[in-house]
Design a protein around this ligand. Structure first.
Ligand code: TXA
Ligand code: MG
Length: 320
């Protein structure tokens, strides 16, 4: 049996499976991750192979405590401050990797940095504590396809590559963690996610440097600038006010034009709801096999930044 409910027996079996070099997909509060022991190079290599992921794309190591996570990198005041404020939670920190790190080089794609995160999902934390070692977990989808927010997405995309899939139901946020490069005094936002720069500034006083102009996300993306990483099969059209022939139209909020969308990210124009629905709707829309997928405009504020970032990547030309 591949898919397992969350209970003590199955968590124990999953931990043993990871320790033995297996691949276990598990839920986090963001998306499902495809886990492997970060210290086991063969297991980590199986992840790249399963995802058919370009090897230069490094992986996030997951830990059951902030203390364990921070000690895996060269920590500093900013990292400690962010960790205390937002872990466990949907935030990944990039730190300098110590020379004697036990985490396999493949997880850092040969680089000298390490990505660390403490997820807040109780099953993920339980599993990580049982494994008692860092677990790398990219989103549990084949490279270049949509991230999985339900166990069935993992079954469909990567079922053949998983030794076990833990089914924790739909993920709470449905969008991947906020990634912050913490190697310098002023941390840099690398990937927008559920935790917004404003929340970070309000709670810690830390003003992130934004690595690329965020308004770029609402414009056409130049090829090569942003990798096509979240692409459905069908081409995606952004900021669409109308529905063209043979298109799936994905709305946001009440229709202004009377046009009835095929799907709505959130009837109430709630960005949190939209983020949690985004990948499930993209999966469903893509499965209908139409010529294209059109998205209604989504405001560039709060979580809208992360949503626009994801769908503009879906619209970017494929580079794989
Ligand atoms: O929410 C999440 O972060 C999920 C769950 C499973 O934890 N994981 C996830 O992993 O989204 P993945 O591999 O799909 O995305 C990781 C992102 C990639 O954009 C990768 O390039 C970046 O983090 N990343 C990982 N290690 C890095 C490093 N050392 N330096 C810079 N970026 C890094
Ligand atoms: Mg991913």
């Amino acid at each position: 049996m591949l898919v397992h409910a969350i209970n003590h027996k199955n968590l124990k079996q999953a931990a043993l499976c990871l320790q033995a070099g297996g691949l276990v997909a598990f839920p986090t509060e963001t998306v499902y991750g495809l886990g492997a022991m970060a210290t086991n190079a063969t297991a980590v290599a199986r992840i790249f192979s399963a995802k058919q992921r370009p090897q230069f794309n490094p992986l996030i190591s997951h830990f059951s405590s902030a203390e364990a996570a921070l000690s895996a990198g060269q920590s500093n005041d900013a990292a400690a401050h962010l960790a205390a404020a937002f872990w466990p939670g949907p935030m990944t920190l990039i730190l300098q990797k110590p020379a004697n790190s036990l985490i396999t080089a493949l997880a850092s794609a040969g680089g000298d940095t390490i990505a660390i995160r403490v997820p807040s999902h109780p099953a993920a934390l339980d599993l990580l504590a049982r494994v008692n070692a860092p677990v790398v977990a990219p989103s549990a989808n084949p490279s270049g396809t949509i991230s999985p927010s339900k166990a069935e997405h993992v079954v469909n995309g990567l079922g053949a590559a998983c030794d076990m899939i833990l089914d924790g139901g739909p993920c709470e946020s449905g969008i991947e963690s906020t990634v912050i490069d913490c190697r310098q005094e002023r941390p840099i936002l690398l990937r927008p996610g559920p935790l917004t720069p404003k929340q970070i500034a309000d709670q810690t006083g830390i003003e992130l440097e934004i690595s690329k102009p965020l308004e770029q996300a609402s414009q056409a993306v130049s090829p090569g600038q942003i990798e096509s990483h979240y692409a459905p099969r069908a081409p995606v059209r952004l900021n669409a006010e109308n529905k063209l022939q043979d298109e799936i139209y994905i709305g946001f909020g009440p229709s202004k034009t009377g046009l009835k969308p095929d799907f709505n990210l959130s009837e109430q124009a709630n960005l949190v709801e939209a983020a949690s629905n985004l990948f499930a709707i993209l999966h469903e829309a893509d499965a209908l096999g139409k010529a294209a997928i059109a998205f209604a405009p989504i405001p560039m504020a709060g979580l809208g930044l992360a949503i626009n970032d994801r769908i503009s990547r879906a619209a970017a030309p494929r580079t794989f």
